[in-house]
Ligand binder design. Structure first.
Ligand code: ADP
Ligand code: TRP
Length: 355
């Protein structure tokens, strides 16, 4: 090293100190996806796309929410397989274990401890009012377990265990975030502390995203009906078949008429995967009543194939690489423990556990 460069280059401890200082000031980010099936375009555009960008700009914790998936009683083989799949899909999409903390929720039992503590100040009445709880009661009346009722408390524990300020999620999770703020604020007030910040749902676009499904109504989801979701790992022919079967109608007869929900959904999907000129072309065709839904669906399917093909190839490669998957998860577990232990120490002291 020459004399000049020795003067201007900071020493390793100084660099370390600067890095820690910057890291400590960065907003913390938490988000999770349940291992209940393969990831679809809704997961990608509602959540993962933001994860990919945020990992370079924030201190991020992304996890696979396997505790949460137990509300539907998966068998051990399925659970194990699904966790592995989601992990491979996270990595294949570009999540980098060196840039963010990537872990499995059940590898961080500190979350369960915080969940227990938050449960003491979560009221049955407010939990019963949650829209997702009411939906689940309707969907699975024979399995209304306490885990379903306290699902929002566990989600709050996931977020608060890292004292996160931002939570990249789709629009369907807004109410859960509101409940997280309620539980965090309540804890701060009761224990006269300021441990928990107020986390907000986050999306890089102007609004939270809701990606519609292909069955004419509602959101794209893993557990909606057959053919509703396009999975990142779907083969091109499967995508073409699903899109061609999407619900449409006989077409507009009056120019500039409002779009029925099923048609609006196709346009929304197109605005997500296609070029703006393509969307504009079909918008104009709709407005002057010359649209042919068959052509629109063909184009939509091709644009989806162009988007998913490189990802699905990478998923296959990643899924086969057991040592890569194990390495990613063990680095994540260690980093997650460090952050969670810091929070639990503050929480336990505030409650009065320590002598
Ligand atoms: P699913 O609803 O398919 O079971 P999850 O509940 O595990 O998927 O959702 C994981 C993440 O993906 C959450 O942040 C959720 O908001 C987001 N997400 C899921 N479906 C959609 C969708 N159709 N549009 C936008 N975001 C979505
Ligand atoms: N409840 C989320 C869903 O159903 C998954 C989830 C669990 C989550 N814990 C979280 C998302 C914490 C964000 C932060 O999609």
């Amino acid at each position: 090293m020459n004399h000049k460069s020795r003067i201007i280059s900071p020493s390793r401890p100084t660099l370390h100190f600067i890095a820690r200082f910057i890291f400590a000031r960065m907003d913390r980010v938490v988000s999770g996806i349940r291992p209940t099936g393969r990831l679809h375009l809704g997961n990608y555009f509602g959540a993962l796309k933001n994860f990919l960008q945020m990992q370079h700009e924030h201190q991020c914790f992304f996890f696979i929410a396997d505790y949460h998936s137990l509300t539907t009683h998966p068998n051990p083989q399925n659970l194990k397989g699904n966790v592995r799949t989601v992990l491979a899909e996270y990595l294949a999409c570009g999540l980098d274990p060196d840039q963010c903390t990537l872990y499995i929720q059940s590898d961080l039992p500190q979350t369960a401890e915080l969940y227990l503590l938050l449960n003491m100040h979560a009221y049955v009445g407010e939990l019963e009012r949650s829209t997702t709880f009411k939906d689940k009661v309707r969907q699975q009346p024979d399995n209304v377990n306490a885990g379903l009722l306290t699902y929002p408390v566990l989600m709050a524990a996931d977020i608060l265990i890292h004292r996160a300020a931002k939570v990249p999620v789709g629009k369907d999770q807004e109410q859960h975030l509101e409940m997280t703020r309620t539980f965090g604020n309540r804890f701060n007030r009761i224990y006269k502390s300021d441990i928990f910040p107020e986390p907000v749902a986050f999306n890089f676009g102007k609004q939270l995203v809701k990606v519609p499904g292909l069955d004419g109504s509602g959101k794209m989801g893993k557990s909606e009906g057959e053919g509703n979701a396009i999975f990142l790992s779907d083969a091109p022919d499967v995508i073409r078949k699903k899109v061609m079967r999407a619900v449409t109608d006989s077409g507009p007869t009056v120019s500039n008429s409002p779009k029925p929900e099923a048609i609006q959904n196709l346009f929304t999907l197109m605005s997500i995967v296609s070029k703006p000129e393509t969307v504009k072309y079909f918008e104009e065709a709709y407005n002057n009543c010359s649209i042919r839904y068959g052509d629109m669906k063909k184009q939509l399917a091709e644009d989806m194939v162009v988007f998913t093909t490189p990802i699905s190839e990478k998923i296959k490669e990643t899924e086969a690489d057991t040592s890569l998957l194990q390495k990613a998860i063990s680095i994540g577990k260690e980093k997650a423990h460090q952050s969670a232990n810091e929070t639990l120490k503050l929480v336990r002291t505030a409650i009065g556990f320590s002598v």
